[in-house]
Design a protein around this ligand. Structure first.
Ligand code: C2E
Ligand code: MG
Ligand code: MG
Ligand code: MG
Length: 283
């Protein structure tokens, strides 16, 4: 910190640091306008039953196409939206749109929506869920909120209370990216998650014969089964990965192998396709 040291100290990395701060500033400037300018959209990725391959739910994934910056990856703008708390209004929009989309699907199909810690810590979270459900008319049982372990880090009790309010409405809760965070089994005891989502890194590891990945998935599946929670393997891209996941007993699979995130009208069309209907009968 040049300021703290008092003198005219010059650091060689300053230009790079400056460029980074400048990029972030531009991103934030654009992000602040994105919601009002209708630059967001949702895509939907199918999750299938591991045995029947029938679609059981879709995960809503946020997309941002900025006129100034082009398409920006969620990996880039979600952390910034969280830091600036813009995720609160953005997340409200996501919840509303996702619930509306799901009303066009068969009644047994759920919608999963990602929720950040900042949203859970906001006083209006429960009211936002109620409003998204009532505005769309979606049954609460069809809405599953996906949270990562990180939401419990800052104010675990408040985050848990917010999730319990959603559960009291009838919503389901999924634990996302399991195994990548500060996995604490304490959360599994305190909250009745419907689903544990096993992170893609374990799926990849298992398919390449990594003994640790195999052992961890096996243990997570056994634990979820005895806790009466479902398991979803994330990011299955190849037939080999799908085979391994099946052998390990994961109940559901999500990944490019079965379907990429798609526009709402393509998700709807899927339910009218003969392929879907035949898988459905097999379920
Ligand atoms: P996530 O919730 O774990 O979502 C799964 C991510 O894995 C998505 O990336 C999805 O496109 C990607 N994926 C799915 N199948 C495959 C596969 O077979 N191979 C590979 N390589 N990737 C696959 P995406 O859409 O870029 O989203 C990244 C993350 O951004 C999400 O991870 C989630 O944490 C966050 N995110 C996305 N939408 C929202 C949102 O509406 N609200 C919040 N708070 N976070 C969101
Ligand atoms: Mg997710
Ligand atoms: Mg995930
Ligand atoms: Mg993941």
């Amino acid at each position: 910190r040049a300021k703290d040291s008092g003198g005219n100290v010059h650091y060689s990395y300053e230009p790079a640091l400056h460029a980074h701060a400048e990029e972030r500033r531009r991103l934030e400037f654009a992000l602040r306008r994105a919601l009002d300018s209708n630059e967001f959209s949702l895509v939907f990725q199918p999750v299938v039953d591991a045995t029947s391959e029938a679609v059981t739910n879709f995960e809503a994934l946020l997309r941002w196409n900025s006129p100034a910056l082009g398409p920006v990856s969620p990996a880039k703008f979600i952390p910034l939206a969280e830091d600036t708390r813009l995720i609160v209004p953005i997340g409200e929009w996501v919840l509303h749109q996702a619930c509306i989309a799901a009303t066009h699907w068969p009644e047994h199909i759920r919608i999963a929506v990602n929720v950040s810690g900042e949203q859970l810590l906001d006083q209006s979270f429960a009211a936002t869920v109620v409003s998204a459900l009532s505005a769309s008319g979606l049954a609460p049982q069809r809405l599953e909120l996906e949270v990562t372990e990180s939401v419990f880090l800052r104010d675990g009790n408040q985050a848990r209370a917010a999730l319990e309010q959603a559960m009291a409405l009838g919503c389901k809760i999924a634990l996302d990216d399991f195994g990548t965070g500060y996995s604490s089994l304490g959360y599994l005891r305190k909250l009745r998650f419907s689903t544990i989502k096993v992170d893609r890194s374990f799926v990849q590891g298992a398919a390449t014969g990594n003994a640790e990945s195999l052992a961890i998935i096996r243990a997570v599946v056994a634990m979820a089964d005895s806790l009466e929670m479902s398991t979803t393997a994330e990011g299955a891209e190849t037939e080999k990965e799908v085979e391994i996941i099946r052998q390990l007993g994961c109940r559901k699979i999500q990944g490019y192998y079965f379907g990429r995130p798609m526009a709402a009208h393509d998700a709807e069309a899927l339910f009218r396709s003969r392929h879907y209907l035949s898988k459905q009968t097999a379920a």
